[in-house]
Every structure is written in C-alpha cells, then in structure tokens.
Write a protein of this length. Structure first.
Length: 186
C-alpha cells in the first residue's frame, strides 16, 4: 500500500526524520514548481536556478528540528517561507557584492535586481510583522505572492472557501501597504 501524504505528515509530526525526507520526495515536483514561481517574480540577473533553490530549501528545512507540518498546505507554506528567506539572503548578498563586497562587472539589469532586492527585503520584513499579528494572513501572502498559487488553490489547501481567502488577501494587502507606507485605495 503506497504511503499517503497525510500519513507522511503525521509521521513527520511525531519526529520521524525519514518520513520528513519521504514527504519532501513525494512533493518534489510540486515544490520544484513552487521554486520556479518564486524565481519567476525576480527581475534582472537572477543566477539562482529553481533546482538549486529547492535543494537549498530542503537542506535548510532538514536542519530544523522543531518544524511541524500539520497538513499539506502548511508544509507548502513553510517551504515557500524558507524559499522566500533564501531568495532574500541571495538578494542581500548580491546587493552587498554590488556595494563593494566583491569585484564584479554587472550589466544594467543587475542594478534593477539590486533595487528589487531592497524592495523584497522591505516586503519580507513587513510580512514578518504581519505574521506576528496574524499568521494566517501572512501565510496567504506567502502562498499567493511568493508561490503564485491562485485563490482557489489556497482555499483548497486551507479547506476554506475561495471568498474567505480573498478577504484574507485583502486584509493582508491593506496591512502591508500601511506598513510599507504606501497609500491604500479606498
């Protein structure tokens, strides 16, 4: 009998390290698509590939002992958050290199990537603040903005209506706009 995702999640919850590895393997193609979506949002010279991002995320996730995945949606949300952090770290290191941390010759597109890295860092900080206030809203943003999931896909992962996800998205969007100092539309 093949192992189901829910049984792998359950085993992972009880601390079974091999189940966590099997869960990652079972969801590999979906996670790879998630990594591609994350990288597609980047502008400029992004030399980080989807496979590299996915493998770095796996290594990062496998080092964390207290990671809990009560369901498939939370596992995907957690993976998205790890990938977001890795992309931000990558963007920061590129920005540091651009400011003299390393000698490189860049095209004009690299300047755009540095500006986007700063904006991405600000968005990430605002999202961390939102997660402290309402983790559910922050998770919707991670899944929608950083992973590229549709409202319907997020609703299915969360086992709620699509309209509920749309309302959460709107609340999160307003919070983030205010936190970032952008005016919101009435």
């Amino acid at each position: 009998m093949p192992t189901t995702i829910s049984s792998l999640i359950s085993s992972t919850e009880s601390g079974d390290r091999s189940a966590a590895d099997a869960l990652f393997t079972a969801l590999y193609s979906e996670l790879h698509r998630l990594a591609q979506r994350q990288l597609a949002r980047q502008v400029g010279e992004v030399t980080l590939g989807a496979t590299t991002l996915l493998h770095e995320a796996y290594l990062d996730m496998s080092r964390r002992e207290a990671a809990a995945f009560p369901d498939r949606g939370r596992f995907m949300g957690y993976a998205a958050k790890v990938m977001r952090g890795l992309i931000i770290d990558y963007a920061r290191s590129r920005r540091a290199a651009k400011r003299g941390g390393g000698f490189e010759i860049h095209s004009l597109d690299a300047d755009d990537a540095v500006a986007d890295a700063e904006e991405l860092t600000q968005i990430s900080a605002a999202l961390d603040k939102l997660a402290a206030v309402d983790p559910t809203l922050a998770e919707v943003v991670d899944l929608k903005f950083f992973c590229g999931f549709s409202f319907a896909e997020i609703a299915a992962l969360r086992d709620v209506t699509e309209r509920t996800i749309q309302r959460r998205w709107e609340k999160a969007r307003i919070y983030l706009h205010r936190t970032l100092g952008h005016p919101t539309r009435a």
